[in-house]
Design a protein. Structure first.
Length: 253
């Protein structure tokens, strides 16, 4: 009877340990999946982001455009910026200022091509105090321009991404289709171009903001989660053995 009681006393902690173990193994497995994804992304950048720029995917193929086949490819295109439709997207620039992240905006501007189609261009970053174009009048070149940069997929939103406010021209994701809808623009590419670091008139915006060197610590994280899982197994095993070896109440009397 005492042994049966001891075994039953392990049911609740055993179930709790199994739940914790499943979570830990799940986290470790997820990190291995992230590792494979990151390695594929690094390979894409290495194969596409360097060398001579090519042309963008033709408009006829935009409906079937896929990020995994085209993103990070270096391209060059010519057109005219539609500056009245400039969309400042809130974000943080790489680096710090006085120990804090640099807050500001990425300027997404429609570029109208010779055939009438439109490609959204992330021209680069401006600090918060330069959000208003009136404070950087040289930053909006007129006439035909040539842009060199990298093809990028629309920025993914997550549950923490604030809602855009098109009426106030406030944006929180680099989403070319959402910006196009707000301004009634048609024939807009499903991707955007991150302009390179070529200087803009007046020094702003500053392009070349695409990170091309990505950290890959996912194996380390996976090993950590699996290590904690093994530790949990060891701790629970020791706990269970100790519980089963304890003298029962009947034996003490």
């Amino acid at each position: 009877m005492a042994a049966s009681h001891k075994a039953r006393s392990l049911i609740v902690p055993g179930l709790a340990a199994l739940v914790a173990l499943a979570i830990l193994i799940g986290l470790g497995t997820w990190q291995l999946q992230r590792k494979a994804w990151k390695e594929d992304l690094i390979a894409q950048i290495g194969a596409r982001a360097y060398g001579e720029p090519g042309a963008i995917v033709p408009e006829a193929d935009w409906a079937s455009w896929r990020a995994d086949q085209d993103e990070f490819r270096k391209v060059r295109l010519t057109g005219s910026f539609l500056h009245p439709f400039e969309a400042p997207v809130y974000g943080l620039a790489p680096g710090e200022r006085q120990g804090a992240p640099i807050q500001g905006y990425y300027l997404i501007t429609p570029l109208k091509l010779a055939n009438g189609s439109i490609v959204m261009v992330n021209r680069g970053f401006v600090p918060t105090d330069l959000r208003d174009p009136a404070r950087r009048p040289e930053s909006q070149p007129q006439g035909e321009v040539t842009v060199t940069g990298l093809v990028r997929a629309p920025e993914a939103r997550n549950p923490f991404t604030p809602s855009d406010d098109p009426a106030r021209n406030q944006w929180f994701a680099r989403d070319p289709q959402a910006i196009a809808v707000a301004h009634n623009l048609e024939r807009v590419a499903p991707f955007l171009i991150d302009a390179d670091a070529s200087p803009n008139p007046g020094g702003w915006p500053r392009g070349g903001q695409t990170p091309l060197t990505l950290p890959n610590n996912h194996l380390q994280y996976a090993v950590t989660w699996f290590g904690i899982a093994l530790t949990l197994i060891g701790v629970f095993t020791a706990f269970a053995r100790g519980r089963l070896k304890e003298p029962g109440s009947a034996e003490l009397k």
